[in-house]
Design a protein around this ligand. Structure first.
Ligand code: SF4
Length: 368
């Protein structure tokens, strides 16, 4: 059974009605349980759980300390191409946006990698737009070969691939995969993905499974908050993560909570997720899945990221640039995929983590 079968079960579920029916007593019972079922998750995601935030935070912090200790893994993103053949209405890299597109040569990848490595980063997330003809498997394989010289962990965020293709990249040295469904609501998915391979909801939905089967040690998924109704999106994302944890017990599963901001030429977010709702979702996820990793990117502000350390976050990006060649080759007119809000250096973020009594972890994996 694939996750598509599970998604189908929720197609007729009336989320709005359920959230309306949640009572304080339901939330208290869910909070008291050690092992939460999907209804407990719904209870904690509901707006009524907002007044139980302090209790949720205390329990989530305890669980996070048990499973992760006082550690935050640091990584940086590296964009190697912004060519894209898809038309996602919310993204500035979409195929209709006119700007000078770039793809790094292997020599340029080497220079970027060295610059990131010199910042102290050992874990890299390599990104491309989705244009397989521009960034074919052979190019990606060679890119991973270059990156291996500098980094102990290489995660990929690229166009969805077949299992065999992922296996090729794993054998080249990549160890992790990031793929966001962007929005689990199938109708909205169709409305915001207007051209290109990304139109295929099911193919994208099953991508994390193909990556896990190919042998990646870690898979990171997420929804882009702002496109679909946030509580049901947070719910389906977590159900997806639990499915992956159960089906692939050897794979480290993690979640991201990117909040959509308006991109140049892109649509406005349909839903605004305020900080307290963001925290509620994150805490509900932690209580539902004690082992899941939670990534917080530099889309979020300094102050907010500093506070999330205590609440179950496990992984932070640091020193991020979101344009191609942003670390060592930057052109003045380069286009970013999203604006970085927390612009602190790796060193400053590591210092902040230490000041909070946590340990910044630069390396927890070695490519053999
Ligand atoms: S979200 Fe990804 S696939 Fe969609 S337009 Fe942007 S870069 Fe391309």
């Amino acid at each position: 059974m694939s996750f598509m079968n599970i998604i189908k079960r929720f197609e007729s579920f009336d989320f709005e009605e359920y959230f309306k029916s949640v009572t304080n007593s339901d939330i208290q019972k869910s909070l008291a349980r050690d092992h939460l079922d999907p209804y407990d998750l719904l209870n904690l995601l509901s707006g009524k759980a907002q007044k139980f935030l302090e209790q949720m935070a205390q329990k989530a912090q305890k669980i996070s300390l048990q499973y992760f200790g006082r550690t935050i893994v640091l990584y940086a993103p590296m964009y190697i191409s912004d060519y894209c053949t898809n038309y996602c209405t919310y993204c500035g890299f979409n195929s209709l946006t006119r700007f000078k597109r770039t793809k790094l040569s292997l020599e340029e990848i080497d220079r970027e990698a060295k610059a990131i490595h010199d910042m102290g980063i050992c874990h890299i997330l390599v990104l491309t737009g989705e244009a397989p003809a521009k960034t074919p498997l052979s190019y990606l394989e060679d890119a991973v070969g270059v990156l291996k010289k500098y980094f102990s962990s290489i995660a990929l965020e690229m166009f969805p691939m077949e299992e065999d293709e992922y296996r090729t990249l794993k054998n080249a040295g990549a160890d992790s995969l990031t793929v966001y469904q962007e929005v689990y609501d199938q109708k909205i998915y169709k409305d915001v993905h207007l051209a290109g391979r990304k139109k295929d909801y099911q193919y994208r939905l099953l991508t994390p499974e193909r990556g896990a089967k190919a042998g990646f040690r870690a898979v990171n998924i997420g929804t882009l908050f702002g496109l679909g109704e946030p509580r049901s999106e947070a719910f389906l994302t977590a159900i997806h993560a639990r499915y992956l944890e159960q089906k692939f017990p050897d794979v480290e599963v993690s979640l991201s909570l990117p909040r959509m901001t308006k991109a140049k030429g892109g649509i406005e977010p349909k839903h605004i997720i305020d900080d307290s709702s963001f925290v509620r979702f994150m805490l509900a996820w932690r209580l539902f899945m004690p082992r899941v990793g939670i990534n917080i990117s530099t889309r979020e502000s300094e102050n907010f990221r500093d506070k999330l350390i205590y609440l179950g976050a496990t992984k932070y990006s640091a020193g991020s640039k979101t344009d191609v060649g942003g670390y060592a080759l930057k052109a003045d007119d380069s286009t970013v995929q999203f604006e970085v809000t927390d612009q602190r250096s790796v060193e400053k973020i590591a210092r902040m983590i230490r000041q909070k009594g946590y340990q910044p972890v630069f390396k927890d994996w070695e490519i053999i």
